[in-house]
Design a protein around this ligand. Structure first.
Ligand SMILES: C[S@@+](CC[C@H](N)C(=O)[O-])C[C@H]1O[C@@H](n2cnc3c(N)ncnc32)[C@H](O)[C@@H]1O
Length: 218
């Protein structure tokens, strides 16, 4: 990581740890909207039993645990110790899940270690440069032709749906949300040399799930 990016990452970490210290106790309210998306991410992944899954910016671990319930071996990575403390409470006997506290733009795993990597509602909560570094790290540690699944905000075509979605999200979102919405997930994918092969919308098209294949450059 170059010095400029390190500086952005340090400032972001300082802000992020404090923000999610306040959010952690109430964060799981989002499961009212997100629970069915977690399940869909797992089922649509088409993974074989025992596959290795990386959940970047895993927060309180709902997506990690959804994978672990199906017998997958999961690593969840997050910058916030408070969010991770909540994630650990969700782990049950027999789940193969490890949570680690660190910046998701650099994880201690070898190239091609995971069958699938995912980031849900994470990219809009970090500066663009860090988000791109996270996507590139996902590409590095995911096997060639492995899946990369991204869940995050979308802008609905329906103006009323867009207005309401934006108004609700603004009540709790971080400083990076506006930039993410304006730039759009597609911009992040292009920059990280990923392409969406499948896209599905949820919550009146305010949320999108995008599935990519990790095509390695030759
Ligand atoms: C809105 S929460 C999403 C949590 C979870 N993925 C979900 O789907 O509910 C955003 C999470 O991103 C984490 N985060 C932000 N920047 C990060 C980074 N650079 N590395 C790791 N985690 C990060 C925050 O700590 C927070 O837990």
């Amino acid at each position: 990581m170059n010095l400029h990016l390190r500086d952005i990452a340090n400032k972001h970490e300082w802000h992020n740890v404090r923000w999610f210290r306040r959010m952690a106790p109430v964060y799981d309210i989002v499961e009212i909207f997100a629970r069915h998306i977690r399940e869909k991410v797992v089922i649509d992944s088409g993974l074989s039993h025992g596959a290795r899954v990386l959940d970047m910016a895993c927060g309180t671990g709902a997506q990690s645990v959804a994978f672990a319930k199906y017998g997958f071996s999961v690593v969840g990575v997050d910058l916030s110790p408070d969010m991770l403390a909540r994630a650990k409470m969700k782990v049950r006997n027999g789940y193969d899940v490890t949570f680690i506290c660190r910046d998701a733009s650099s994880v201690p795993y070898a190239d091609s270690h995971f069958d699938l990597s995912t980031v849900s509602f994470g990219l809009h909560d970090m500066p663009e440069q860090i988000g791109l570094a996270v996507l590139r790290e996902m590409r590095r540690v995911t096997k060639p032709d492995g899946k990369i699944v991204i869940v995050d905000y979308d802008v609905p075509r329906n103006a009323l749906s867009a207005f309401l979605g934006h108004a609700v999200a603004k009540t709790w979102e971080t400083v990076y949300y506006d930039h993410f919405l304006k730039a759009g997930l597609q911009h992040y994918l292009v920059e990280a040399e990923l392409s969406a092969e499948e896209k599905e919308n949820f919550v009146f098209a305010n949320v999108q799930k995008v599935l990519c294949t990790n095509r390695k450059r030759t």
